[in-house]
Design a protein around this ligand. Structure first.
Ligand SMILES: Cc1cn([C@H]2C[C@H](O)[C@@H](COP(=O)(O)OP(=O)(O)O[C@H]3O[C@@H](C)C(=O)[C@@H](O)[C@H]3O)O2)c(=O)[nH]c1=O
Length: 181
């Protein structure tokens, strides 16, 4: 497993070692000891999520202002562009974003720590998105920043308008959003 810190160093891209043979493939999709070593601390996950979306669906930018969730995300079907936005005011990279292509083919995983907004857009006909979270879903603490916020200026690799949930259409501007200390 290869672990690479991105331009926001707390965000880590994992590339698992794939064992292919005539039957298909095998890889460790999660290894607690290796994960903790790469992150540099002990991380506990409490929830696993799985969503399916069609092309151009954009989910995000989501976070929980209390009970913040670290997320280890991956794609089992299709391809997405996945984004993490640093929402920690005290961070040197506050308001910056990083993105990565995650796909069933490349099997990459992104570690999006607590204190980040998270979202993705689907680049294939369908995508199945799997992720582990470090805290439970708490809708009362859920916040959404609008995907196309001009201050964040995320370069989503799509043409035209994405497909959004009613909730995500009403996302807040970054400059008005609740953020972390
Ligand atoms: C996220 C979540 C949703 N739900 C329910 C609430 C709702 O009825 C339905 C769909 O929820 P949403 O529209 O919020 O799902 P979705 O837009 O996929 O939300 C997810 O987006 C990505 C980008 C993230 O980062 C996740 O943390 C999460 O916020 O599922 C749960 O029961 N548990 C959960 O953990």
């Amino acid at each position: 497993m290869n672990a690479t810190r991105l331009a926001i160093p707390d965000v880590i891209l994992f590339e698992p070692r794939i064992f292919g043979d005539e039957r298909g493939f095998f890889f460790e999709s999660f290894n607690q000891a290796r994960f903790d070593e790469a992150v540099g601390r002990s991380v506990t996950f409490v929830q696993d999520n799985h969503s399916r979306s069609v092309r151009n669906v954009l989910r995000g930018l989501h976070y929980q202002i209390q009970q913040p969730q670290g997320k280890l995300v991956r794609v089992a079907v299709g391809e997405v562009f996945d984004v993490a936005v640093d929402l920690r005011r005290s961070s040197p990279t506050f308001g910056k974003w990083v993105g990565a292509i995650l796909s069933a083919e490349n099997k990459k995983q992104l570690w999006v720590p607590e204190g980040f907004g998270h979202g993705f857009v689907v680049l294939s006909d369908v995508a199945e998105f799997l992720y582990k979270t470090t805290d439970y879903y708490a809708p009362q603490h859920e916040r959404c920043i609008i995907w196309n916020d001009p201050t964040l200026a995320i370069e989503w690799p799509i043409q035209g308008e994405p497909v959004l949930s009613a909730k995500d259409m009403k996302g807040t501007a970054f400059l008005q959003a609740d953020v972390f200390a």
